[in-house]
Design a protein around this ligand. Structure first.
Ligand code: NAG
Ligand code: NAG
Ligand code: NAG
Ligand code: NAG
Ligand code: NAG
Ligand code: NAG
Ligand code: NAG
Ligand code: NAG
Ligand code: NAG
Ligand code: NAG
Ligand code: NAG
Length: 487
C-alpha cells in the first residue's frame, strides 16, 4: 500500500514538472592544440573528394600516415554555438542544487539538435528525457566547423579531432567554474555524453584529462575502428558546397543565386499522370536520393538559412541512401525521419577524417563510470509474435511501408551499428567476449564501473530510432545508479 502511494506521488511529481528552460549561447573559446600537419592540396572538386576517398580506403598504405609530415601546436579563437538547458524550476532553487550537468557532443553529419530533434513534436528529444524526467542540466554544442560554430578556412590542418577535444575541455572548465556566458551556475559534476565522433572526443578527453570528467556515456561507439574505411567509402563524399549549395555554397556565385531565386518561386509540378510512368513513391525515392535534384525541382521545404560558403575541404555524404546505410536500421525508424535527417545534415572535414581513428588506445587514469550504448541485434525470440502481427496488418499497409516492415524479418540481425560493429555487435568471434563494444572494458582499467549496453533494433544513430526514448532512460538510469543523478 505504501509502495503504491509512493509510486503515485512520484508519478504526480513527474507529471507536474515544469518544462525545461533553455538558452542559446555563443561561447568564445581560445585553444592551443597539438594538431597533425598533413601534406595534401585542398580538394577542388567532387572528383577530388572521390580521389581522397580512394586514397583513404586503399589497402596499399595507411593514408593518414603517408600524408602526415609532423605535428604542430595550433592556436585558435573560435565561436562555439551551444544550447544550455536546465530543469524548469525557479532560479534560486536551481542555484542551491545545480546537480550534474551533461556535456553533449554530437557525431559526424549532425549538429547539436541531435540531442533535441524537433521531428514529430520533439518526440525524439534526448534532452526532454534528461532534463524534464531526470532533472539533469545539459549543454549541447555544435562542434567546430558545424552549424553555427566557426568554420575555419583550413579544413585539413585546423579542424581535427585534437582541436575539438581542446574545445570540449574549455567548455568543461567553464561549466565547472560557472563562467559560461549567460549561465549563472557552476557545476561540480560534469559528465560527458557523446555520439559516435562525439564519443571518440569524450573518450579522448577522459584519457588526456581524467580529472575533468565525472562519467562517460559513449553512444554509437566501440574501440574497434576497423569498419570506418568501409563506412567512409559508402558515403561517396561530395564537397558540401556543391552537394548542398543553398546551405553550404557561395551565395555570391551567380549559379547559387539562380538556385536561391528558383527556390522561392518554382513550385513542384506533378507530371506523374501525363508524362512519366513513375509512382509518387518512386518520385519520393528519387528526391531523397539526390539533394541537388531536390533543389532543382523546387521542392525544398527546409527553412532558408544563409549559405555558409564552406571551404572546399568540407564534405558531406552523397544522399539519403548513404545516410540510411550508416545511421539507420531499416524497419526500426519512422520513414519520415530519413528525409528530415538528410535535409538537416552537416559536414565533416578532410582533417577530421584523417584524425578520427588517431585517439589514445586507453584511458588509464579515468576513475568514473563508463557506459557504452550502441545499437544492436534484433530480438530473435520476438520473431513469431512479430510475424503474427505482420500477417494481421499485411493488407492494411501501403506498398512502401509493407516493404519497410519486411526487411528486418528476412534479415534479422543483419544491420545495426555498421560503423562501430560492422553490422553486428555480437559477432566477436570469441565465446567469452559478449559484444564488440564490451572489448573496450580493458581501455578503462580504473573505471568505477563499465557497462556495454546493446540497444535492440537500433542502428548507429540511436536517437533517431523508434525506441530511442527507452535507450535515453537506460542512459539516465546508469548515471543515477552511479551517484551522478540530476538536481
Ligand atoms: C535557439 O535556437 C533555435 C535554432 O535557431 C531556435 O529554434 C530556438 O527557438 C532558440 N531558442 C531560444 C530559447 O531562443
Ligand atoms: C591521393 O594520393 C596520391 C598519392 O599519394 C596523392 O598524390 C594525391 O595528392 C592524393 N589526392 C587526394 C585528393 O587525396
Ligand atoms: C564571434 O562572434 C562575434 C559576434 O558575432 C564576432 O564579433 C567575433 O568576431 C567572432 N569571433 C570569431 C573568432 O569568429
Ligand atoms: C510520440 O511517440 C509515442 C510513442 O511512440 C506516441 O504514443 C506519441 O503519440 C508520439 N507523440 C507525438 C507528438 O508524435
Ligand atoms: C544559426 O543562428 C541563426 C541566427 O541566430 C539562426 O537563425 C539559425 O537557425 C542558426 N542555425 C543553426 C544551424 O543553428
Ligand atoms: C551553483 O552555482 C552558483 C553560481 O555559479 C554557485 O555560486 C554555487 O556554489 C553552485 N552550487 C553548488 C551546490 O555547486
Ligand atoms: C564566391 O563567388 C564570387 C562570385 O562569383 C567569387 O568572386 C568568389 O571568389 C567566390 N568565393 C569562393 C570562396 O569561391
Ligand atoms: C501526383 O499525381 C498523382 C495522380 O494524380 C497522385 O496520385 C499523386 O498523389 C500526386 N503526387 C504528389 C506528390 O502530389
Ligand atoms: C593510421 O595511422 C594513424 C597515424 O599513425 C593511426 O593513428 C591510425 O590508427 C592508423 N589507422 C589504421 C587503420 O591503422
Ligand atoms: C574488431 O572486431 C573484429 C570482429 O570481432 C575482430 O576480428 C578484429 O580483430 C577487431 N579489431 C580490433 C582492432 O580490435
Ligand atoms: C526498447 O528499449 C528498451 C531499453 O533498451 C528495451 O528494454 C526494450 O526491449 C526495447 N523494445 C523493443 C521493442 O525493442
Amino acid at each position: 500500500m505504501y509502495a503504491i502511494l509512493l509510486l503515485l506521488s512520484i508519478l504526480w511529481l513527474n507529471d507536474s514538472a515544469v518544462a525545461k528552460v533553455c538558452t542559446n549561447i555563443t561561447v568564445p573559446v581560445s585553444i592551443s592544440a597539438r594538431n597533425a600537419v598533413f601534406n595534401l592540396s585542398p580538394l577542388q572538386s567532387n572528383l577530388d573528394a572521390a580521389t581522397f576517398t580512394r586514397n583513404y580506403t586503399s589497402i596499399k598504405a595507411n593514408f593518414t600516415e603517408t600524408t602526415l609530415t609532423g605535428y604542430d601546436t595550433i592556436h585558435g579563437d573560435f565561436n562555439i554555438s551551444a544550447k544550455f538547458c536546465r530543469p524548469g524550476v525557479t532560479g534560486s532553487t536551481f542555484n542551491s542544487k545545480n546537480g550534474t550537468v551533461q556535456l553533449l557532443t554530437h557525431g559526424i553529419g549532425f549538429d547539436k539538435t541531435y540531442w533535441d530533434l524537433s521531428y514529430n513534436n520533439y518526440n525524439y528529444s534526448y534532452t526532454d528525457v534528461a532534463v524534464d524526467q531526470y532533472g539533469f542540466s545539459t549543454l549541447s554544442h555544435d562542434r567546430l566547423g558545424v552549424g553555427n560554430s566557426s568554420h575555419p578556412e583550413d579544413a585539413l590542418n585546423i579542424v581535427q579531432a585534437s582541436a575539438e577535444v581542446e574545445i570540449l575541455l574549455e567548455l568543461t572548465k567553464m561549466l565547472r567554474e560557472g563562467t559560461l556566458p549567460g549561465i549563472n551556475s557552476a557545476f561540480s559534476k560534469v559528465v560527458h555524453i557523446g555520439h559516435s565522433f562525439g564519443s571518440v572526443q569524450s573518450y579522448t578527453l577522459a584519457s588526456k584529462y581524467p580529472d575533468m570528467t565525472n562519467g562517460l556515456i559513449l553512444q554509437g561507439f566501440s574501440n574497434n575502428g576497423s569498419w570506418f574505411p568501409a563506412t567512409f567509402a559508402a558515403w561517396n563524399s561530395k564537397l558540401a558546397r556543391f552537394n548542398e549549395p543553398l546551405r553550404f555554397g557561395n551565395i555570391s556565385a551567380p549559379e547559387v543565386q539562380k538556385l536561391a531565386s528558383k527556390r522561392k518561386t518554382v513550385q513542384f509540378v506533378n507530371h506523374t499522370e501525363k508524362t512519366l510512368d513513375v509512382s509518387p513513391y518512386e518520385i519520393e525515392e528519387i528526391i531523397e536520393g539526390t539533394s541537388t535534384a531536390n533543389l532543382l525541382a523546387g521542392i525544398d521545404s527546409r527553412p532558408a538559412m544563409v549559405p555558409q560558403d564552406l571551404p572546399t575541404g568540407y564534405m558531406t555524404w552523397a544522399d539519403a541512401s548513404a545516410n540510411q546505410y550508416s545511421f539507420l536500421y531499416p524497419g526500426y525508424f519512422d520513414p519520415g525521419l530519413l528525409p528530415f535527417a538528410e535535409a538537416h545534415k552537416f559536414p565533416y572535414t578532410t582533417g577530421e577524417i584523417l584524425t578520427i581513428l588517431g585517439g589514445p588506445a586507453t584511458a588509464p587514469e579515468f576513475t568514473g563510470p563508463v557506459q557504452i550504448m550502441t545499437g544492436g541485434k534484433s530480438l530473435f525470440f520476438f520473431l513469431p509474435l512479430l510475424l503474427c502481427l505482420q500477417t494481421a496488418t499485411y493488407n492494411l499497409r501501403s506498398e512502401p511501408l509493407k516493404h519497410a516492415f519486411l526487411v528486418p524479418f528476412f534479415f534479422p540481425g543483419a544491420e545495426q551499428d555498421n560503423i562501430f560493429c560492422g553490422g553486428d555487435c555480437f559477432a566477436t568471434g570469441q565465446p567469452d567476449v559478449s559484444s564488440i563494444p564490451a572489448t573496450a572494458d580493458s581501455a578503462f582499467p580504473k573505471a568505477s564501473a563499465f557497462e556495454a549496453y546493446i540497444q535492440p533494433n537500433t542502428g548507429h544513430a540511436v536517437n533517431v530510432h523508434y525506441n530511442s526514448t527507452a535507450a535515453f532512460r537506460v542512459m539516465q538510469d546508469f548515471l543515477v545508479k552511479h551517484g551522478l543523478g540530476g538536481a
